[in-house]
Design a protein around this ligand. Structure first.
Ligand code: NAD
Length: 508
C-alpha cells in the first residue's frame, strides 16, 4: 500500500510562523513545552511555559482588574468583545490555519470553528445589553422583591485540545460582558492558537480602552490547571476536557466552596427507526462519526438500529466509510485528518481488541494509515457490530470508532441510549412524530442535547451547550448559560412604612 505524502515539518513551521506574525504574536521561545503538529507528529517550536510565579501574577492581576471592570457598564464591556469579533473576522484564515496545524482539523472544520468564535462574539455583544433580572410578586403589602445579577469575579478557563479556540471564546466573551476577568489555561497540545487568541483579545482591549488585565494566558499542563482550581480568588473554574479531569477538578473546587462549570466527555448515540430517511441518516452519521477524526465531545459513538433496517443500512454505511479520504488536513479532498497523537490510536486499537473479545465484529476500518511521517497517527474510521453493551462500549474512546447495536422496541432503544455513564448528546432518525416526541420527553434521552433527524455533533451558539451525568452538568454558550458567570442578589424593598414579616410571623 502506498504511503500518503504529507508536507514537510519545516514547511508547516514556516506556515505557523507566518500566521503568528500576521496576528502579531511574538513566540515565547524556550524549552519547557513544545508546540507540535499532529500532521507530521513533529515539534514546531520550543516554548517557555508559565511557572508558579507567572500563575500567581496572572491571578492577582485578574483579581485587581475585576475590582474596576465590574463597575464598567455592561454595554461598554461589550465594546471590547465587538472589536475582538472584528479582529477574528480579519484573521479568519490565520486562525483556521493554526487550528489545522495544531489540532489537525480539516480546513472546512477549522474554518467553522473560527466562525463559531465570531458567532459567540456577536451573541455576547447583544447579551451585554440584556443582562436582566426579574421582579417577583411579594407576599407582603408595600414591598417590592427583585433579582439582580452582578459580576462574579475571576473566571479560570481550562480547555481541551479539540476545540482549542471556540470553547475559550464561548467562556471568555460571555465572562467579559458579565463583568468578570479571565485567566486561561489552554490544552498543552494547542499553545500556538492560544497565543493567537490572547493577542487578538489584547489588541481589542488596547483599541477600545479596556484594561489589559481583563485577560491572562498561562501556557502549561495539569499543574498549572491545578493552581487555578485551588485558588480562592478564582470564583468560577470552567473546565472542558475528559471526565477523568472533571473528577479531580469538581471536588477540589467544591472543597473551597468555589463554583465550577464542567464540560466533560460524551458517549453519544443515535437511534435509527424503521421510518428513518436512510439517505439523510447516512450522511448525518458519517459526519458525526468521522468529523474531526472522531475527536469531538459530541462525536457519534453508538448507532442503535432497528432490526428491520439494519441489513439495509449497514452495507451502505460501511461502503461510505471505506470511501472516506484520510490524510493531510490541508488537502482539499481530505475529510479525515490525523489524530492528535499516537495515544488515541492506541486507545482505539485497545477498544477494538476488547470489543472483539466480547463478540464484536469489525465491519470496516481501524487500520493505521501509512504516511511519510513516522510519528503521525492517521487511522481509518471503524464500524464494529456488537450485540448489546459490553464495558468498552460504555466508555468514551476519543477516536473514530462506531459501535452498531440493534433493537426491537423504542423503549429498548432509549434504554440502551441512556445506559452509559455520560449524558451529552443523542439523536433519533424517524419520520414518526410520536417516536420523536417520546425521545424528547421526560422518558426519552437523558442527555443535555437531544436531536431529531440530525447527527449528535454540530451545535449552534444560541442554545445552552452541555450534558448530564459524567458529562458534568455544566452549560456554556447560549440561552441563559450566562447566569453561571454572575452572582444573583434577591433584594426586597419595604415602602409600606410598617414592619411586615414573611409567613405572617408576628413578633410584637
Ligand atoms: P484532558 O482532560 O486531557 O485535558 C483538558 C484540559 O484539562 C487540559 O488543559 C489539561 O491540561 C487540563 N487538565 C487535565 N487534568 C487536570 C487536572 N487534574 N486539573 C486541572 N487541569 C487538568 O482532555 P483532552 O484530551 O484535551 O480533550 C478531550 C476530552 O475533552 C474528551 O473527553 C472530550 O469529550 C472532552 N471535551 C468535552 C467537551 C464538552 O463540551 N463537553 C468539549 C470538548 C472536549
Amino acid at each position: 500500500m502506498t504511503s500518503i505524502v504529507l508536507p514537510a515539518t519545516d514547511d508547516l513551521r514556516a506556515r505557523a510562523r507566518a500566521c503568528l506574525d500576521r496576528i502579531g504574536v511574538v513566540i515565547p521561545e524556550g524549552d519547557e513545552l513544545y508546540a507540535r503538529t499532529p500532521i507530521t507528529g513533529e515539534d514546531l517550536f520550543g516554548l517557555k511555559g508559565s511557572g508558579a510565579t507567572e500563575t500567581e501574577a496572572a491571578i492577582a492581576a485578574a483579581h485587581d482588574t475585576f475590582l474596576t471592570w465590574r463597575t464598567t457598564p455592561a454595554p461598554r464591556r461589550g465594546d471590547v468583545v465587538r472589536r475582538f469579533g472584528d479582529l477574528v473576522r480579519e484573521h479568519h484564515d490565520d486562525l483556521a490555519e493554526l487550528i489545522t496545524l495544531e489540532a489537525g482539523k480539516i480546513r472546512a472544520e477549522a474554518y467553522g470553528e473560527v466562525q463559531e468564535m465570531i458567532d459567540i462574539a456577536d451573541y455576547a455583544v447583544g447579551l451585554s445589553r440584556q443582562l436582566y433580572g426579574r421582579v417577583i410578586a411579594s407576599e407582603r403589602p408595600g414591598h417590592r422583591m427583585a433579582e439582580t445579577w452582578h459580576p462574579l469575579g475571576v473566571v479560570g478557563i481550562i480547555s481541551a485540545f479539540n476545540f482549542p479556540a471556540a470553547v475559550w471564546s464561548w467562556n471568555t466573551t460571555i465572562a467579559l460582558v458579565c463583568g468578570d476577568t479571565v485567566v486561561w489555561k489552554p490544552s498543552e497540545q494547542t499553545p500556538l492558537i492560544s497565543l493567537a487568541c490572547d493577542r487578538l483579545l489584547a489588541r481589542a482591549a488596547e483599541e477600545t480602552g479596556a484594561p489589559a488585565g481583563i485577560h491572562h494566558l498561562l501556557i502549561g499542563g495539569q499543574e498549572t490547571g491545578e493552581a487555578l482550581v485551588d485558588d480562592r480568588r478564582v470564583a468560577l473554574v470552567s473546565a472542558t476536557g475528559s471526565t477523568r479531569m472533571g473528577r479531580s477538578v469538581g471536588p477540589r473546587v467544591a472543597a473551597r466552596f468555589g463554583r465550577s462549570l464542567l464540560e466533560l466527555g460524551g458517549n453519544n448515540a443515535a437511534i435509527v427507526t424503521p421510518s428513518a430517511d436512510l439517505d439523510l441518516t447516512l450522511s448525518a452519521v458519517v459526519f458525526a462519526v468521522a468529523g474531526t477524526a472522531g475527536q469531538r465531545c459530541t462525536s457519534l459513538r453508538r448507532l442503535i438500529v432497528h432490526r428491520d433496517v439494519v441489513d439495509e443500512l449497514l452495507p451502505r454505511l460501511t461502503a461510505a466509510f471505506e470511501r472516506l479520504p484520510v490524510g493531510d488536513p490541508f488537502a482539499e479532498d481530505t475529510l479525515v485528518g490525523p489524530l492528535i497523537s499516537p495515544a488515541p490510536l492506541e486507545a482505539m486499537r485497545e477498544a477494538i481488541a476488547r470489543v472483539t473479545q466480547d463478540g464484536g465484529k469489525v465491519l470496516t476500518g481501524g487500520e493505521q494509515v501509512a504516511t511519510t511521517a513516522e510519528s503521525a497517527a492517521y487511522v481509518r474510521p471503524a464500524v464494529v457490530r456488537i450485540d448489546g453493551h459490553t464495558p468498552v462500549v460504555r466508555e468514551e474512546t476519543f477516536a473514530p470508532l462506531l459501535y452498531v447495536l440493534t433493537y426491537d422496541s423504542l423503549e429498548e432503544a432509549i434504554a440502551l441510549q441512556n445506559d452509559v455513564p455520560q449524558g451529552l448528546s443523542a439523536s433519533i432518525f424517524t419520520q414518526d412524530q410520536r417516536e420523536a416526541e417520546i425521545f424528547m420527553s421526560a422518558v426519552g434521552a437523558d442527555t443535555g442535547l437531544v436531536n431529531v433527524n440530525l447527527g449528535t455533533s454540530g451545535a449552534e451558539v444560541g442554545g445552552a451547550f452541555g450534558g448530564e451525568k459524567e458529562t458534568g452538568g455544566g452549560r456554556a454558550c447560549g440561552s441563559d448559560a450566562w447566569h453561571a458567570y454572575m452572582r444573583r442578589s434577591t433584594s426586597v424593598v419595604n415602602y409600606s412604612g410598617e414592619v411586615a414579616l414573611a409567613q405572617n410571623i408576628s413578633f410584637s
